[in-house]
Design a protein around this ligand. Structure first.
Ligand code: ADP
Length: 191
């Protein structure tokens, strides 16, 4: 299916997992800015070191850097027939940047995973114990969640006003949430 999607949700809502499942089901690439930053950080290259100096504190990587990286990724061949953006845009200025990359009406749907703060903190602390991600300490986690409310939530209203917001309960099990995402998306797109 040729469809252009954005997935938003608080840290710990299971975005990465759901992005992969959904993209497999739809046959489109998942483009995760967090994942790209982690890959560069592992390679210890210039972008990776720069990104990690922000991500390790729970700060956003500067827009200029992130926007340029996304523009380059969207220009790759596999994104020509649809994609799902996971973790981008994350603030209003990134919304404006994406609009100028693609045009305002080019996104088909914005899927918003709805989850509550206490639950996501518990999940992230669990993941920290398992995987040891550098941005998974409790203070950093709380800061990421604050940033989500302050900077990312406002873009949900923008997309709601554009009539492309699809809200999905993110609090069930992985399979359950995955099924809800697919069915609510299909219902929205055939409306
Ligand atoms: P989570 O959803 O758990 O916050 P991500 O993998 O999406 O994890 O992102 C990890 C980190 O990468 C973020 O906390 C942030 O520092 C950085 N990052 C990811 N996407 C963006 C973005 N669009 N703009 C700026 N920074 C970003």
């Amino acid at each position: 299916m040729s469809v252009r999607l954005i997935l938003v949700g608080p840290p710990g809502a299971g975005k990465g997992t759901q992005a992969e499942l959904l993209c497999e089901a739809l046959g489109i690439p998942a483009i995760s800015t967090g994942e790209i930053f982690r890959r560069h950080a592992k390679a210890h290259d210039e972008l990776g070191q720069l990104a990690e100096s922000y991500t390790s504190r729970g700060e956003l990587v500067p827009d200029e850097v992130t926007n340029k990286m996304v523009a380059a990724r969207l220009a790759e061949q596999d994104a020509a027939d649809g994609f799902l953006l996971d973790g981008y845009p994350r603030n209003l200025s990134q919304v404006a940047a994406l609009d100028s990359m693609l045009g305002e009406s080019s996104i088909d749907a914005v899927l918003s995973l709805v989850a509550d703060d206490d639950e996501v903190v518990q999940r992230l602390l669990g993941r920290a114990a398992e995987q040891g991600r550098v941005d998974d300490t409790e203070d950093v986690i709380r800061h990421r969640i604050e940033l989500y409310h302050a900077q990312t939530e406002p873009l949900i209203s923008v997309y709601r006003e554009r009539g492309i917001l699809v809200e999905v309960d993110g609090m069930g099990g992985i399979e359950e949430v995955a099924q809800n995402l697919v069915s609510e998306l299909k219902a929205f797109l055939t409306k």
